[in-house]
Design a protein around this ligand. Structure first.
Ligand SMILES: Nc1ncnc2c1ncn2[C@@H]1O[C@H](COP(=O)(O)OP(=O)(O)O)[C@@H](O)[C@H]1O
Ligand SMILES: [Mg+2]
Length: 375
């Protein structure tokens, strides 16, 4: 590729990519995803137990693109208790993360009854970028202009990578979509790795390409039948290994190095499968352990609704707690909360202030999500 010229994609999927050297890793990656699915299938209430993983995926996939919002910031925003004095930039980050979560949930529901397709993908990009920074960008439509990847604000001459000319984009997107739909490729995880990279190489949108490209990872695995719920996420690995992630993508277009990318992608799946399995198992263990403790501490018919509320919103205001548990009055709710505090199961995060109700925190979930020392 000569400098400052848009990339012209080669044949996709790449015919010269040999899978034999990867057999061991392919087996290991498939086994890792299957083990994760084993836990998914064993979860008694997956919506509740998987909610923190989904939120965390939204945080980390957005963080790869530069947002600074933490898991806890997002929990507070969802609980309606974000402090008033946060910076404008954090406010915008929170909007982007919540949009990501919305797109992920929308996609998860959509793939239950629709095929994954370019038209669905355009909807994701629209949800992702609605009412966020840089409003002038095309929403839900493929680009009609030339874009490039490089240091923000630097001209195309300094680009690290220049995606294809918009004139040839639709042709290559058609090849991409037909490979997306194909069931003939020898391995679905490698197929997904190829699809993710080629999506980034085509960079079909003015913005949101990285996030949309990662959004489709759990959806594809579900849609192709590898997992029973679309909740296998990879962004944690990409975020931790961001430089290598970007370099491996660059090496594909620079040196036609698909092997290096596939090796990286399979390692990502293998490593992240262990972490995801461990986290899901820990959520399940925590839930089971807390079930008895919440019942003992509160001796209330609202013990399990209270536990579910804390799993859904690990930082929660009294008002939301009442609403989510269905507890009929404030006195009963306060009694339940007090007995949970006395038993050391939750703690007061912020006392009530004027008309603002108190906030409570359940640290178990946050500890599991933020622990980076698992495996
Ligand atoms: N050299 C490269 N070639 C192709 N894609 C790349 C390269 N370097 C980075 N990327 C991808 O581009 C994404 C950023 O594109 P962008 O459209 O800004 O996405 P977002 O708006 O989600 O930030 C990265 O997350 C990565 O997936
Ligand atoms: Mg961007």
């Amino acid at each position: 590729m000569s400098k400052s010229k848009p990339y012209i994609p080669l044949e996709f999927p790449p015919k010269d990519l040999k899978l034999e050297p990867f057999i061991k890793k392919i087996v290991e990656a498939n086994r890792g995803v299957a083990l994760f699915d084993g836990i998914l299938r064993a979860l008694p209430n997956p919506d509740i137990l998987l909610a923190p993983l989904t939120t965390n995926e939204a945080v980390l996939s957005s963080r790869i693109e530069g947002t600074q919002a933490s898991f806890e910031d997002v929990l507070k925003e969802e609980a309606g208790i974000t402090p008033k004095n946060i910076s404008q930039s954090l406010k915008e980050d929170l909007k982007e993360v919540l949009n990501y979560k919305k797109a992920l949930i929308y996609g998860s529901q959509a793939v239950q009854y629709r095929d994954l397709s370019l038209s669905l993908i355009k909807e994701f990009q629209k949800i992702l970028l609605t009412d966020v920074r840089g409003k002038y960008r095309l929403l839900g439509e493929f680009r009609k202009t030339q874009n490039w990847i490089g240091t923000p604000g630097k001209p195309i001459e300094n680009a690290r990578y220049i995606p294809p000319d918009p004139i040839i984009l639709s042709e290559h997107l058609e090849y991409w979509e037909s490979f997306l739909k194909s069931d003939d490729y020898p391995d679905k995880i490698v197929q997904l790795g190829l699809l993710h990279a080629q999506f980034e190489i085509l960079h079909p949108f003015e913005d949101g390409n990285g996030r949309v490209g990662r959004l489709i990872i759990p959806l594809f695995l579900y849609w192709k039948g590898l997992i029973s719920r679309p909740s296998f996420y990879l962004s944690e690995y990409f975020e931790k290994n961001r430089t290598e992630y970007y370099d491996r993508l660059l090496m594909i277009t620079k040196n036609n190095d698909w092997s290096g990318w596939i090796d990286f992608f399979l390692t990502a799946v293998i490593q992240q499968a262990k972490i995801n399995t461990d986290k899901a198992q820990k959520h399940l263990n925590l839930y089971n352990e807390m079930k008895d403790k919440f019942i003992q501490a509160t001796k209330s018919q609202y013990a399990i609704p209270a536990l579910d509320a804390f799993f859904r919103q690990p930082i929660i205001s009294t008002a939301n707690f009442i609403q989510m548990t269905g507890i009929p009055n404030r006195i009963t709710a306060n009694n339940v909360l007090k007995s949970l505090i006395d038993a050391g199961l939750i703690h007061l995060h912020k006392p009530s202030e004027g008309r603002k109700s108190a906030e409570y925190a359940f640290n178990g979930i946050i500890d599991i999500i933020e622990s980076r020392d698992v495996c």
